[in-house]
Design a binder for this molecule. Structure first.
Ligand code: ZN
Length: 337
């Protein structure tokens, strides 16, 4: 595990075991808030030893930025801490989280003692603020990578622990492109000094705008490419032609894990589109839906307002409607200031 001090009493811990996943801690006279727990019990214990033995600060609150195991599986090592998550995490930890842990235990003895911990405090809307010492720690929903994503903003320092809402390559297998794009726009409008991403290096103020622009371009590109692929009648294997480089990102990101995440993104979108679901940013007019090569306009957001029910897409309307982008809402950001 690597440790970095990013501001006075604010730390970032990075895994050297799995995908450069990050955790963070804000140490105050009233105890510590820990954000995520890294990937293995051994690394979680390293964090605990540093905070509790070396700094002598008790972990009083623990946040899981979402239910995925690389962020939440160490919660059981802090039985005295109050666990805070998004309201949706509770059910997801209890179902998918438990199933995933069962599989991890079968494969890896390091996980034999791990228990799923359900949150004591959740919020479903707006933000949730903790005042600890002289700091205001504000939790806010950042969905898109997963439905239950939250971040923690240290208001006085303008440092955001974003969870996987920001990572070196956007990953939407368990999420939605339109939601992820909205969340990225919200983050871009927050006026941040640093972003501690769910995985990878800490992002500095001067890098934020370009990074988020590039992430949004990537997401729009994969959506466009996969939609065109489905309309051309490509098989899943044909998606290999949509390389990560073609979508504007490098394969060396995340210690070489990026092509795997990219592939998962393509496959998830392909299966959604092939089953009739339309991207929220694409027109559902019969013309656009015709099975022929998509025009270059296919991915434009302006097309969304022309959507109307049609026989070929009726079964998807519930989902596409729910994720309709409307327009970016930097509201959470404003509230969070
Ligand atoms: Zn992750």
């Amino acid at each position: 595990m690597m440790r970095e001090r990013i501001a006075e009493d604010i730390y970032c811990f990075s895994s050297d075991v799995y995908a450069q996943v990050n955790a963070g801690a804000v140490v105050t006279p009233e105890g510590t808030l820990l954000i995520d727990t890294l990937a293995t019990p051994g690394e979680t214990r390293e964090i605990r030893n540093f905070l509790e033995k070396r700094l002598g600060s008790r972990v009083r609150y623990l946040v899981n930025t979402h239910y995925h195991a690389d962020h939440s599986s160490g919660s059981y090592l802090f039985p005295g801490a109050t666990l805070i998550t998004h309201a949706l995490s509770r059910g997801l930890l209890d179902t998918r989280g438990r199933r995933g842990l069962g599989m991890a235990k079968a494969e890896n003895r390091d996980f034999s003692q791990v228990q799923v911990v359900l949150p004591a405090v959740t919020f479903a809307r707006g933000t949730l603020a903790l005042q600890m010492g002289k700091r205001t720690l504000r939790m806010l929903a950042l969905p898109g990578h997963s439905p239950d994503g939250i971040g923690v903003l240290i208001e006085e320092d303008r440092i955001l622990f974003s969870g996987d809402a920001v990572m070196p390559l956007p990953h939407i297998r368990d999420g939605e492109v339109a939601t992820q794009v909205r969340t990225l726009r919200t983050i871009a409008a927050m006026g941040l000094e640093n972003i501690v991403q769910g995985h990878g290096e800490v992002i500095l103020r001067g890098e934020i705008e370009e990074l988020i622009g590039s992430h949004i371009a990537y997401l729009e590109r994969i959506e466009r490419e996969v939609l065109a692929a489905v309309r051309r009648g490509w098989t899943e294997m044909d998606l290999q032609q949509i390389t990560i480089e073609k979508c504007g990102k490098s394969r060396i990101l995340l210690n070489g894990l990026a092509p795997e995440l990219h592939w998962q993104n393509l496959l998830a979108l392909y299966r959604r589109f092939a089953s009739g679901e339309l991207p929220a940013t694409v027109s559902a007019t019969p013309r656009a839906a015709a099975p022929r090569p998509a025009s270059r306009r296919a991915g434009r957001t302006t097309a969304a307002k022309h959507r109307r029910p049609s026989a070929s897409h009726s079964k998807t309307s519930a989902r596409t409607k729910r994720s309709k982008p409307a327009r970016p809402k930097p509201r959470a950001a404003r509230r969070a200031r």
